[in-house]
Design a protein around this ligand. Structure first.
Ligand code: ADP
Ligand code: MG
Ligand code: ZN
Length: 490
């Protein structure tokens, strides 16, 4: 879920600035792998989705997956990139989870180049250097050591199901200046990947993985410092924690007379620290050369427009659609809720509720406050049930407290709001019953009532609270407020 409590640029160590560029790997939502017909699924028995091509057996030849290329172009178009005539390269290195001993990737001419992404909250534009196609590697699991690391492990297992899964790697320019911005960038990018239909963006399943390049420099400097690359961050929380730690480490190192060495580093979740894995490889270490078994990829503008026509509504348009239900200049908090709703893909639910007559503000609030906290259960709430709940609340048939309780049970059981309200004994009070409670409160608190009548408006909250207490949450706050105004006017 989206957390927004991290370091802002102006809150970093005074006199210093962070510089961050992100490399995001996303797995494409294809039926099959990038160069063979093996299935692209998550969680299958190890080494069951494999064949001579993705196992790198001698004599096997890659055949490009058309759907993967189409999805890669959707990503490029959604990120405002130019679509380039591209070629594949071999990136040579040895690792047990990569049986060919080279990875087929795009190096010099990537399919998508020179795009940008606009951050929704800060409004900053982040340049995208390129978004290229490559194949994923297999997955190693190291056992017997500490925290799953290879050091100290007694043995290692390797699963090639992931080998050859199509990836697009999206490389940003070093335009980000705080961990907050990095988080906002990844959240928005993830939302774009989901919206254009290219990826499921599941960070917890590793289908979206982030490498963060971090350097620091003195405020006002126009030179970049030496960077470190933190590998494989798989949640927004790890991303911000790792960046904040790493930037601080670099400043402390420099201030104590040391120098940052360009390195690849690992983030340890438990300790919240980064540590060196290896010194950074240079491009020449990989002995890149053009892949002789694949031809260049080129497209006509008709083909590109055809692909563009399959891209759904992107997050910016989805935010506009939702904002359209609010007044011309929405408050900052409404805007933030709209951003959250879209980023959690809750906007269809909210729009459906509003279109069937629910109050927009209430629908948005229930989605971004109550549902967002239990987003993993979202599938149990149908849009009809959500709409019905919000309507019950806007019509005053459920108080806010009751509506929240009902929604929480809807998330758990998937039942309809009416059923749940009945089973919980929530029959909202009608106005006359509410008035009886209010009269009782007024007669119990004569001096508060005098002061309220004389103009102490803030006491309204006191009366609403007392009526709620007396009615055990069954009264509707809005009804109480209305009654209070009416009675004061007499
Ligand atoms: P490499 O070829 O080593 O991967 P790139 O030039 O492709 O290096 O850059 C990789 C990533 O590092 C990009 O996201 C880029 O924005 C980022 N980056 C480059 N220089 C810096 C720097 N000084 N500080 C932070 N990030 C940087
Ligand atoms: Mg790189
Ligand atoms: Zn295969």
């Amino acid at each position: 879920m989206v957390e927004l409590s991290t370091v802002k640029p102006e809150e970093f160590i005074p006199g210093w600035e962070m510089v961050i560029g992100l490399e995001v790997h996303c797995e494409l939502k294809t039926q099959t792998k990038l160069f063979c017909g093996c299935r692209n699924t998550f969680g299958a028995e190890p080494n069951t989705n494999v064949c001579p091509v993705c196992l790198g057996l001698p004599g096997s030849l890659p055949v490009i997956n058309e759907k993967a290329v189409e999805l890669a172009i959707r990503i490029g178009l959604s990120l405002n990139c130019e679509i380039i005539e591209s070629i594949f390269h071999r990136k040579n290195y040895f690792y047990p989870d990569m049986p060919k001993d080279y990875q087929i990737s795009q190096y010099e001419r990537a399919i998508n180049e020179n795009g940008f992404l606009d951050l929704p909250i800060t409004g900053k534009q982040v340049r995208i250097e390129r978004a290229h196609i490559e194949e994923d590697t297999g997955k190693s699991t190291h056992l017997g050591g500490e925290g799953g690391r290879i050091h100290g492990a007694t043995h290692s297992l390797v699963d090639y199901n992931r080998a050859g899964i199509p990836l697009v790697e999206i490389v940003s320019a070093p335009d980000l200046r705080s961990s907050d911005e990095a988080r906002e960038y990844v959240a928005e990018l993830r939302s774009i990947l989901l919206s254009c239909g290219a990826s499921d963006g599941k960070m917890e399943e590793g289908s979206l993985r982030v490498d963060a390049n971090v350097s620091v420099r003195r405020s006002g400097s126009d030179q970049f410092g030496t960077r470190c690359e933190i590998k494989n961050l798989n949640s927004l929380r790890s991303l911000t924690r790792a960046i904040a730690y790493e930037a601080r480490r670099q400043v402390e190192l420099i201030e104590s007379g040391g120098a940052v060495i360009q390195q690849t580093r690992h983030f340890n979740e438990d300790q919240g620290i980064t540590s060196a894995m290896r010194s950074k490889e240079e491009a020449y270490d990989y002995r890149y050369f053009p892949e002789p078994d694949l031809v260049p990829l080129g497209f006509t503008s008709e083909q590109i427009e055809e692909i563009r026509s399959h891209i759904g509504m992107l997050p910016a348009q989805r935010r506009q659609r939702l904002l359209g239900f609010f007044e011309a200049s929405p408050t900052e908090s409404t805007y933030d809720q709209v951003v959250t709703a879209v980023s959690l893909s809750l906007d269809d639910l909210v729009v459906a509720a509003i279109e069937s007559g629910a109050d927009p503000r209430l629908a948005l609030a229930r989605a971004t406050n109550e549902i967002a906290g239990e987003i993993e259960r979202i599938d149990s709430v149908s849009s009809t049930n959500f709409a019905a709940l919000v309507k019950l609340e806007s019509e005053g048939k459920l108080s806010a407290t009751q509506a929240k309780k009902v929604l929480s049970q809807m998330l758990e059981t998937g039942s309809s709001p009416l059923e749940i309200a009945k089973s919980l004994g929530f029959e909202a009070l009608d106005e006359s019953a509410t008035e009886e409670f209010l009269d009782q409160v007024i007669s119990n608190s004569p001096s508060e009532w005098e002061r309220f009548k004389l103009g102490e408006d803030q006491l309204s909250g006191f009366f609403v609270g007392q009526v709620m207490k007396l009615s055990r949450g069954k009264a509707d706050g809005k009804v109480v407020t209305g009654l209070l105004q009416a009675k004061r006017a007499i």
